[in-house]
Each structure stands twice: as C-alpha cells, then as structure tokens.
Design a protein around this ligand. Structure first.
Ligand code: CUA
Length: 156
C-alpha cells in the first residue's frame, strides 16, 4: 500500500497544525515571562534592538583585564560590523540572534557558539596574537549563509 495523494496532504496538514500549535504555546509562554528550564539568559528576539546590552552593541571595557563585546547576529551578518579588541586580555563575547539560528565562530580558536533567537550566548576568549580574525556563521541560516561573516581586529 502506498500513500494516496490526499493522505499525504492530510499528513502534512496535521504536521503543520502541530507546529503552529507548538509555536503558539511557545510564544504564549514567553509572553507570560516564563523562562525555559535553566535559561536565565533569555531575550525577546523581537526586542533585541531596544534591550540592553544589545541596544548598544560593541566593545566595552569591564576592567583592566576584561572587555565585553556585545554582538547581534542576523541574516546575514553581525552588528557592529567593525570590532577592535586588545590582545592578551580576556574578551567576553555576548551574542544573540534577531531572527534564526546562527553561529558565532572564529576558526582556529575555541570560540564556536550557536546563536539562538531568544537566548543570549557567552564565550570568553583571550587572543594572544594581534591580527585580523575571520568570524563566520557555521549554522545554515538561509540563502545568504555563505556570506555571513565579519572580522575582529586584535591590536597590541
Ligand atoms: Cu547565519 Cu549561517
């Protein structure tokens, strides 16, 4: 027995209905301010631009040895597009997505984090050598995925 065309359509309809239902449940849960298990670092992906610290993306000095870089990921790029940090200091990357799942990946370093809408990802890293570090998206996020990258300037 093979599936008839109408059965396939009904099957697809059922799956779509289920996804819509789950979507509504998820949105409602967020709207009521309920946090997913263990998730303290959540953010409304629709309000990233007006939610601190993402309302002022960029580099900020925390103390003499530590800097934070706040970055927004979106199809297809990162904001701010120019990032300059000092070598030999702890750099804490704080990243979220405004739309779909991306990644924040600096090849040949330990920085490789998934960036999920609704979540804030952190990664600490110290660049030992100055230079220009390519940073790219490792999660397929759409037609412009292969063009989603930025550069980090590490200076003395
Ligand atoms: Cu963003 Cu791939």
């Amino acid at each position: 027995m093979h599936l008839h065309k109408f059965e396939k359509i009904w099957l697809a309809f059922g799956i779509i209905t289920l996804l819509v239902f789950l979507g509504i449940v998820g949105v409602t849960a967020f709207a009521q301010g309920q946090t997913p298990a263990g998730g303290l670092d959540i953010i409304d992906p629709e309000k990233v631009d007006t939610t601190a610290p993402f309302d002022k993306p960029g580099v900020r000095k925390i103390n003499d040895n530590t800097y934070e870089v706040v970055i927004k990921a979106m199809t297809y790029g990162y904001e701010p597009s120019e990032i300059q940090v000092p070598a030999g200091k702890e750099i804490i990357f704080t990243v979220t997505s405004k739309d779909v799942v991306h990644s924040f990946t600096i090849p040949n370093t330990k920085v490789n984090m998934m960036v999920v809408p609704g979540r804030i990802s952190h990664k600490s890293y110290t660049f030992e050598k100055p230079g220009t570090y390519l940073t790219l998206c490792n999660e397929y996020c759409g037609t412009g995925h292969h063009f989603m990258y930025t550069e980090i300037e590490v200076v003395e």
